[in-house]
Design a protein around this ligand. Structure first.
Ligand code: T1G
Length: 701
């Protein structure tokens, strides 16, 4: 027997135990061990039932995702799970932690399933650009019905055990110890003479409604998962359960899996799976460095950002004290937080009791002395350096030694702020994205003097509050906003040249951006960018046409969604083109002698996406971003960049850096040389036929 899969028989119950940290992924050793165990069992008669259990923190959490790039050796998942299902005696899977992907498929190939009450069971393969490839598309519909199976696969969200029980995905929820309950369940099966119950022999209970179910799900995919292949193919494979035999359906599933595994969509999403975890690996944070405790948090500023950040900590049970200059501000801020929680209660994602316990963790004061026992304070006030310096001086005076001083600034110089304190090593940037209690991205901005244990604490904190923390060094706009600058500039410029906001945003949204950049400005407030440029005149080129569109909108107080008009008009939550604004911008372009032209969709994409990539290359060579894959995480987690494109730098690699470089050189001639100078790193990689991925690999410490 392998050391990751063991087989034992006691009291005529066989137990197959998988023990392969960290998540019992179905890598080759696990698959080979499982194959050996069930091959041995096929030749034995000294048992009446089989338990399949996993050691460690979770039941099998899927195939080994890394194997897709290195090659998957036999035994292949489908064949292996068919072997499990063919067992002549009843096989019971005991599920705990997160049974995902191949883990759920293994469980469905077993004859019965018992789950720990906290277990979650899912088929998240679409998040990797593939479909369940270990029999899941054929067994899930047979077990829980076609529509429920399609919902499970399309959502990718793991089901809590009670819901899985309700759907028939599990047969019982363990009252106490899972393994003991599973053993009792198996013994009861034997005592009651209940034999095998093979999923492959079942028929989807809603097979008679297949046509309408499939049509509805196809419409859902067309609307919410555009530009993607895997969701469409997943529906095709699952629909086959009502027309093909189990064996034919498995063949279809295998053929589709083969087609998808190395397509760009799957490679992009696999890249992000690992990139999302790579961000936590920071050179210089060695094993001996320990994170500081975070037992109490102070938030300075009871506005939208401060309130959202406070919720992040209250959500994980950490007490928060909110500081502001007046009780009126504090009460308003607490009121907004309560409203946010009440919305979650009305949606059913939070109980009233949870609401009250979270609100109970929030206290408010106008006196900084209330922070005398805080381990972390995060300033989230207006973007004005003098104001922030004043706040940091107050924090420096009251916070206990060892406390961490964080600033939520999105553009100002962390080092300048740090130097106003006596403890610059304890100062760090924690750039949340609005709404802070929702958006997953957190830019962790490492100042020149930020201590390594402070950086580690911030990374651990990000995981605790369920954020994707990405480390950036200090520059104007850090990673995300620095790259958004040229992206937005090109969008605005094309409107001055003669395009309309709807044409620019439409091309970007058709390509896959969640929202076009001009609509983003309307959502965030057109004045935000304008105020930042006013506060940082040194950052704005002398070119008078630069960002003139938003300047004009701000001058007219057309600040975007909140006032009903900006680049667009907003009626009933819908955005519509605004002829008056378009005319005003085209006239301004003419007044400033911006050459009139009508960029087509491809030019819109190239100018917006390649300007972003060029800036990303500069961030890498300046050492602001540690990895190209970190930039991909920033853009997919915080800027609505489609995950199935892998992020700006991955996308660049799929286009080819030479193509991008040549296009930028062309723009340098035909557009504006001050904006279209190829980043030296991009030029170097393009000319050497290299990729950003190779740059990352060569720089991995
Ligand atoms: N394969 C390889 N490595 C994995 C892995 C997997 N499936 N899951 C986790 N890891 C690594 C991860 O990279 C990290 O490594 C460490 O384990 C801890 O993970 C045939 C084709 C289970 C909810 O999509 O969702 O089955 O960074 O930091 O926050 O149909 O891991 O420490 O070196 O995420 O506690 C489907 C993916 C695969 C589940 C735990 N399964 N994993 O979260 O820990 S495709 C998935 C997760 C498939 C079949 C198809 C999470 C988790 P390192 P972590 P966590």
């Amino acid at each position: 027997m392998s050391d990751v899969v063991t087989l034992s028989v006691s009291d005529r119950i066989a137990t197959v135990t998988i023990d392969s940290a960290p998540v019992n992924a179905a890598d080759y050793p696990v698959r080979a061990g499982l194959q050996k165990a069930f091959t041995d069992l096929a030749a034995r008669t000294d048992f009446d039932a089989v338990l399949v259990i996993c050691a460690g923190r979770t039941f099998m959490a899927g195939a080994d995702i890394g194997e897709f790039d290195t090659g998957i050796k036999a035994p292949h998942h489908q064949d292996l799970f068919n072997l499990v299902e063919s067992c002549a005696k009843p096989v019971v899977a005991a599920l705990h932690g997160t049974a995902l992907g191949a883990g759920t498929e293994l469980a469905m190939a077993c004859h019965y399933r018992i789950a720990d009450k906290g277990a979650r069971i899912g088929l998240p393969e679409l998040s990797l650009g593939i479909i369940p490839g270990a029999g899941g598309t054929q067994r899930a519909p047979r077990l829980i019905g076609l529509d429920a199976a399609m919902d499970l696969v399309l959502s990718g969200k793991p089901l809590p055990a009670p819901k899985a029980l309700e759907l028939g995905l599990v047969d019982e929820i363990a009252a106490g110890d899972l393994n003991a309950a599973a053993l009792a369940f198996a013994k009861k099966l034997v005592a009651e003479g209940k034999g095998v119950r093979r999923t492959c022999d079942m028929t989807p209970k809603d097979a008679d409604k297949a046509a309408e179910i499939v049509a509805a799900r196809q419409a859902q995919v067309a609307k919410t998962m555009k530009n993607r292949t895997s969701p469409v193919k997943a529906l095709e494979a699952m629909a086959a359960t009502t027309s093909l035999s189990f064996k034919e359906g498995l063949k279809l599933e295998a053929d589709i899996s083969k087609q998808l595994e190395h397509a760009v969509e799957a490679r992009a999403m696999r890249h992000l799976f690992f990139a999302d975890r790579e961000v936590r690996k920071i050179p210089g944070i060695t094993k001996d460095i320990k994170a500081r405790p975070i037992r109490k948090v102070g938030i300075i500023g009871a506005g939208t950002m401060g309130g959202g950040i406070a919720m992040c900590f209250a959500n994980i049970g950490v007490p928060v004290t909110i500081i502001d200059v007046s009780d009126e501000n504090l009460q308003r801020g607490l009121g907004v937080i309560r409203k946010n929680y009440e919305r979650s209660v009305s949606r059913g994602s939070l109980s009233q009791e949870q609401l009250e316990s979270r609100m109970g963790l929030l206290s408010a004061s106008t006196d900084y002395a209330a922070l005398k026992d805080a381990d972390l304070a995060i300033e989230a006030v207006f973007e004005k350096m003098e104001l922030k310096k004043d706040i940091f001086a107050k924090l420096d005076a009251v916070l206990p030694a060892g406390a961490i001083l964080g600033t939520n600034t999105s553009t100002l110089d962390i080092d300048e702020i740090a130097n106003t304190t006596k403890r610059p090593a304890d100062v760090i940037g924690l750039h949340f994205f609005s709404p802070a209690n929702v958006m997953p991205l957190l830019e962790i901005v490492q100042g020149k003097q930020t201590a390594m244990d402070v950086l580690l604490t911030a990374l651990d904190m990000a995981k605790l509050i369920k954020k994707t923390g990405v480390v950036s060094k200090v520059c104007y706009g850090f990673i995300g906003n620095r790259m958004m600058d040229p992206y937005g500039r090109e969008a605005e410029r094309m409107v001055q040249e003669g395009a309309t906001p709807a044409e620019v945003d439409g091309a970007l949204e058709e390509w896959g951006m969640a929202m076009g950049i001009l609509a983003v400005y309307d959502m965030a407030g057109v004045e935000v960018g304008e105020n930042t440029r006013i506060a940082n005149p040194h950052m704005v080129p002398k070119d008078p046409s630069f960002y003139r569109c938003s300047t004009l909108l701000v001058a007219n107080k057309w600040l975007g969604q909140k006032v009903g008009r900006g680049y667009y008009r907003y009626e009933g939550g819908k955005r519509a083109s605004c002829p008056e604004v378009i005319e005003m911008m085209h006239a301004e372009g003419k007044r400033l002698n911006v050459p009139s032209r009508k960029p087509g969709k491809q030019e819109i994409l190239d100018r917006c996406l390649f300007s972003m990539i060029n800036e990303g290359a500069k961030l890498l060579e300046e050492g602001i971003a540690l990895r190209a894959s970190d930039i991909d995480v920033v853009y997919t987690a915080g800027y609505g960049y489609p995950r199935y494109r892998g992020g700006p730098m991955f996308y660049a690699d799929t286009i080819g850096l030479k193509v991008i470089y040549d296009k930028i050189v062309e723009f340098q001639k035909t557009l504006d040389p001050q904006y279209w100078t190829p980043a030296p790193l991009l030029e170097k990689l393009a000319k050497s036929g290299s990729t950003f991925a190779q740059w990352d690999a060569s720089n991995r410490k």
